[in-house]
Design a protein around this ligand. Structure first.
Ligand SMILES: [Zn+2]
Length: 424
């Protein structure tokens, strides 16, 4: 059994960018609300999504046992493949009659997500795959997506009405994949379209971008500046208040339900604001080449918790900081994705020591980074805002990469894709 040949749309819960597309084609994701003609239709969709969750959890249970057993014996844990999971899935279907009645293709696609999740885990790019809870279900139509007259066809269920303000911006594009997901009791469909890649004129500039909590630093070679994210502190405080209230309220009560709705609405507002801002920023930067730091994998990131042998310092303070970060600073992935499709070229460079290297003399020393905001080189006394200094370094590394490519004549069309993948 081969994995589906279609590009895989990432799990929408993971918040990942759209998959790579062949040359001249790009994938764009559009989110629609799904409306049902009657409650029974929604229940049938929920049943398929429930089957996906069931398969995910069963497979995960098996794989987790294999993993733990191997670890206990000191052996190398086996990495599941689409093939091995496929065999286990066939077995599971054999002993689970109700599963046989479910739509085969969408349910089997769960295996693809699980294979990817384990692969990311083994590469150190993600945490250990987790069990899925009821209530946040999703189901994927991985191929042969049919959309007609604003309706999406779901196998064995029928045509589902899609609604979106502004309609479909790509009415002529081919839908490649659709992920249906229940958010706060409402069904949303993320449809991935294959669209012709627009021409992106390159104005020749090279910009370095350093992303930090609440702001990005940008250097275009002449000057460097800070772009501040919208101030959402009041909304974040409100989110905290709702969360505390929610913790006190009795489960299943009407008051609790009201708090939950308000919390969700406030969270949406924060996300929406951030998204708008990211669109503005990415638009303003996307005239030429944009350089960002390649994402740090788990192995590269020293966590605040530290290890059992070397526990981290300031764990408590960092825990508090991280809570706010979790609300405020998630979603640089969004900005990266936007830059990847708006800029003529996105280069991802090695992130090591960008914040402790002097942009003036190149001396690298942790002591030069005086504190969060201030950089003063211990060698040449050059002083700058720490993030601006980092943005200059990132730009310089981007330039080095570009020049290196020119010398080796390796600036092939593939480079852009590679860079995108690196950036993703
Ligand atoms: Zn210096």
């Amino acid at each position: 059994m081969q994995p589906p040949s279609r590009p895989s749309l990432p799990d929408p819960c993971a918040g990942e960018p759209a998959p790579d597309a062949p040359d001249g084609i790009e994938h764009r994701q559009i989110v629609y609300r799904v409306l049902f003609d009657r409650p029974a239709t929604a229940r049938r969709l929920a049943a398929v999504a429930g089957a996906c969750r069931f398969v995910w959890n069963e497979m995960l249970d098996q794989q987790a046992q294999l993993y733990d057993m191997a670890r206990m014996c000191g052996a190398k844990p086996p990495a599941p493949t689409f093939f091995t999971l496929g065999k286990a899935f066939t077995q599971l279907r054999r002993v689970t009659p109700w599963l046989q009645a479910m739509q085969y293709v969408p349910v089997r696609y769960t295996l693809k997500y699980q294979t990817d999740a384990w692969r990311r885990f083994f590469r150190g790019e993600g945490g250990r795959p987790r069990f899925k809870r009821r209530g946040r279900d999703s189901v994927t139509i991985p191929q042969d997506v049919r959309i007609r007259d604003g309706k999406l066809y779901f196998p064995k269920i029928g045509w589902l009405q899609l609604r979106r303000r502004g309609g479909n911006p790509y009415p002529d594009a081919e839908p490649v994949q659709a992920v249906l997901k229940r958010v706060n009791g409402k069904w949303m469909a993320t449809v991935c379209y294959a669209v012709a890649a627009p021409a992106r004129p390159d104005d020749g500039t090279v910009t370095g971008v350093d992303m930090n909590v609440g702001q990005v630093a940008v250097s275009d070679g002449r000057r460097a500046r800070l772009l501040h994210a919208p101030d959402s502190r009041r909304l974040v405080a409100r989110i905290r208040r709702y969360q505390r209230r929610l913790a006190r309220q009795r489960r299943g009560s009407r008051r609790r339900e009201r708090t939950r709705r308000r919390l969700a609405r406030t969270q949406r507002r924060v996300a929406q604001r951030r998204r708008n801002w990211q669109h503005q920023v990415s638009r303003s930067l996307a005239g030429g080449t944009v350089t960002v730091e390649a994402l740090r994998t788990r192995a590269m990131t020293a966590s605040a918790k530290g290890t059992a042998e070397a526990p981290g310092r300031h764990v408590r303070q960092k825990a508090g900081l991280n809570r706010d970060r979790a609300i405020l600073a998630t979603g640089w992935g969004g900005l990266r994705t936007m830059l990847a499709y708006k800029a003529p070229r996105l280069v991802a460079v090695d992130p090591a020591h960008t914040s402790r290297t002097c942009a003036a003399c190149g001396h690298a020393d942790a002591a030069s980074r005086r504190n969060r905001a201030n950089f003063e080189c211990v060698a040449c006394r050059h002083a700058d805002h720490a993030d601006l200094n980092a943005a200059r370094n990132i730009r310089r590394r981007g330039l080095a990469r570009l020049h290196g490519e020119e010398r080796s004549h390796s600036a092939t069309p593939a480079t852009r894709e590679t860079d995108r993948r690196l950036a993703a």
